[in-house]
Design a protein around this ligand. Structure first.
Ligand SMILES: [Zn+2]
Length: 470
C-alpha cells in the first residue's frame, strides 16, 4: 500500500509561513513521501532553512539560496544504516562459512590496518553511503578518529562505536582508544558526529570488559553497539562459558536497556525475544550478511510481533557486498517470507518503515530525523523514477499507488540522485559534492594493495584486484 495522498491538506501546511520567505534550500516539484504518522504523500515542494524542514506544500512561495528541481522523482527521508564496518575488503574473502571467515581471514586482516588504510576505507564507505541514499550510519571498526575526520568532510550523520576486541589480541580497538574517541568528540562537538561504545561480541571480549564498556557508555550517556547471537558457533561458545543463551548472558552481564543496539539477533529462543522486548533493546537486522555467511534468517516477524525495536543494517562490504538500502529492504522482505512460508510476512510498507523509522530509532535519532515534517532535521533523499525497472507508476488516487512497492522491490541505489543531510546537499544530480570521488578511488586502490600485503593475504587477494596500470 502506498502512502495516502492528500494534496489539498498539504497545500501549505506551513500555515503561517511568510510569503516570499528566503530560505537556504527549496526542493521543487517532487512526489514527497513524508513517512509521517498519517503516511501522507503529496506532489510539491520542501523548504529547508538552517538544516530544518520549515515548509511543505504544493507550490511554496519561498525562495531558496539554492533550488533543486525534482520533477519525476520521489523525495523521502534518508535511510539509516544500523550496522556497518567501514572497511574496503570487498570481494576478498568469499564463499566462506562465518567462523572460518572471521577467524582465518577477517580478524588477521584487521590487525594489519593502519590509520592510512582506515582513511581510505572511510572515504570509500561514506562515498557509497551517500550514493545509496543513506543519510546516517553507525560504524564499528578501527581508528574511529580517522573515520570521524572523513565524516566531518562527507557531511553524513555518523556514529562511531570503536570495535573493541580482546581475543585475538591486536585486531581491534581498546577501552583506551574508545575513551579517547569519546573525549575527542566531546572536545570538538558536531551535531552530526557521535561516539558510542562498541564491544565486538561476547566471544571476543571478557566479561569484565563488556561490563566496563556498559559502565562507560552509561556514565557518558551514550549508546552501546555489539554483535549478538549471530551464529550457532556463538551459541555453543556462550553456552559452554555461561550455560546461557547469548542474549540472556548479555543481560546478566550488563542489564540490557534501550541504550543497547545489537547487530544480527539471529539465534534467539522465544524467551530471548521476550527479553529483548522487555528491555527495549534495538536490533539491527542484517539479512544479506547473515545469508551470505551461512547463518540463519533472524526471526524478524516474531521480534516485531513481540514489540522489539528493529532497524536494518548492511553489515560491511566484506559480507554483503553492497551498501544499498534498497537491496537490503528487498532481502529483508524476501527472507522473512521464505523463513515463514508466508508471502504476507513483512510487507513492503513495513519494510520501508524498518529501513527508515526503525533504523533512525535504533540509532537513537528518531526525534530528529526519519520523516519529512515541519521541525524535523532535513535528512532527505530523492529517487529518480524514470528508469524502466520502475515503470509503471500507478496513480495513487485512482489505483492505490505502487510507489512504496517500487522502492522496496524494484529500486536500486543507483536511482538515488540527491542526498541531503541536515540541510546540506551532499549529492545532487548523482554528483557527490563533499568528497572527491576520483581521489578516493586512487587512494583505495593503493591502500587496498598495501593492506593485502601487510596482512599477508596478497597472493589470496591479488588475483581479485584489478591489474595496476603503470
Ligand atoms: Zn558486523
Amino acid at each position: 500500500m502506498a502512502g495516502a495522498r492528500s494534496e489539498n491538506a498539504m497545500a501549505d501546511v506551513s500555515g503561517q509561513a511568510a510569503r516570499d520567505q528566503s530560505v537556504d534550500l527549496v526542493l521543487r516539484g517532487a512526489t514527497v513521501l513524508t513517512m509521517d504518522g498519517q503516511n501522507s504523500c503529496f506532489d510539491g515542494d520542501i523548504a529547508i532553512n538552517e538544516g530544518e524542514i520549515v515548509a511543505l506544500g504544493a507550490s511554496l512561495p519561498h525562495r531558496g539560496a539554492e533550488e533543486i528541481a525534482l520533477a519525476g522523482q520521489v523525495v523521502l527521508p534518508g535511510f539509516g544504516n544500523a550496522h556497518t564496518h567501514e572497511c574496503m575488503e570487498r570481494g576478498w574473502f568469499e564463499d566462506l562459512g562465518f567462523t572460518e571467515w572471521l577467524n582465518v581471514y577477517a580478524q588477521p586482516k584487521d590487525r594489519a590496518y593502519r590509520p592510512e588504510h582506515q582513511h581510505a576505507a572511510a572515504g570509500l564507505t561514506q562515498l557509497e553511503l551517500i550514493r545509496s541514499g543513506f543519510t546516517s550510519f553507525i560504524d564499528m571498526f578501527r581508528f574511529p578518529e580517522v573515520a570521524a575526520g572523513v565524516a566531518r568532510a562527507s557531511g553524513l550523520r555518523a556514529t562511531f562505536a570503536p570495535q573493541l576486541v580482546e581475543t585475538p589480541v591486536g585486531v581491534g580497538e581498546s577501552l583506551e582508544s574508545s575513551l579517547a574517541l569519546l573525549e575527542s568528540v566531546t572536545r570538538d562537538p558536531s551535531p552530526l558526529i557521535r561516539a558510542w561504545l562498541g564491544p565486538h561480541g561476547l566471544y571476543s571480549c571478557s566479561e569484565e570488559t563488556i561490563q566496563a564498556t556498559a559502565r562507560i557508555a552509561r556514565d557518558h550517556n551514550v549508546g552501546l553497539h555489539t554483535h549478538l547471537a549471530e551464529s550457532r558457533d556463538e551459541v555453543s561458545i556462550i553456552a559452554e562459558r555461561s550455560g546461557l543463551t547469548p542474549t540472556a548472558y548479555l543481560d546478566q552481564l550488563i542489564g540490557m536497556g534501550p541504550d543497547i543496539l545489537v547487530a544480527h539477533a539471529v539465534e534467539l529462543t522465544p524467551a530471548d525475544i521476550e527479553l529483548l522486548a522487555e528491555r527495549g533493546v534495538a536490533v539491527a537486522h542484517c539479512p544479506t550478511s547473515n545469508l551470505k555467511l551461512g547463518n540463519q534468517i533472524a526471526p524478524v516477524s516474531e521480534l516485531l510481533a513481540a514489540g522489539v525495536r528493529v532497524g536494518l543494517g548492511t553489515d560491511s562490504m566484506m559480507s554483503n557486498n553492497i551498501l544499498d538500502p534498497f537491496a537490503e529492504m528487498r532481502m529483508a522482505a524476501l527472507s522473512a517470507k521464505y523463513r515463514s512460508g508466508d508471502p504476507a510476512a513483512l510487507p513492503a510498507q513495513r519494510v520501508l518503515e524498518l529501513a527508515i523509522h526503525g533504523s533512525a530509532d535504533a540509532l537513537q535519532l528518531g526525534g530528529q530525523v526519519g520523516s519529512i515534517e515541519l521541525g524535523k532535521r532535513a535528512d532527505v533523499i530523492a529517487v529518480d523514477l524514470a528508469s524502466p525497472h520502475l515503470w509503471p507508476l500507478l496513480d495513487s488516487a485512482e489505483y492505490g499507488g505502487n510507489l512504496v512497492e517500487h522502492l522496496v522491490y524494484a529500486a536500486r541505489a543507483s536511482d538515488v540522485t540527491t542526498t541531503i543531510v541536515d540541510g546540506r546537499v551532499l549529492m545532487s544530480e548523482r554528483r557527490v559534492r563533499t568528497l572527491d570521488e576520483g581521489e578516493i578511488r586512487l587512494e583505495v586502490a593503493a591502500m587496498a594493495r598495501d593492506l593485502a600485503r601487510r596482512a599477508g593475504v596478497e597472493s589470496f587477494v591479488n588475483q581479485r584486484l584489478p591489474k595496476q596500470r603503470s
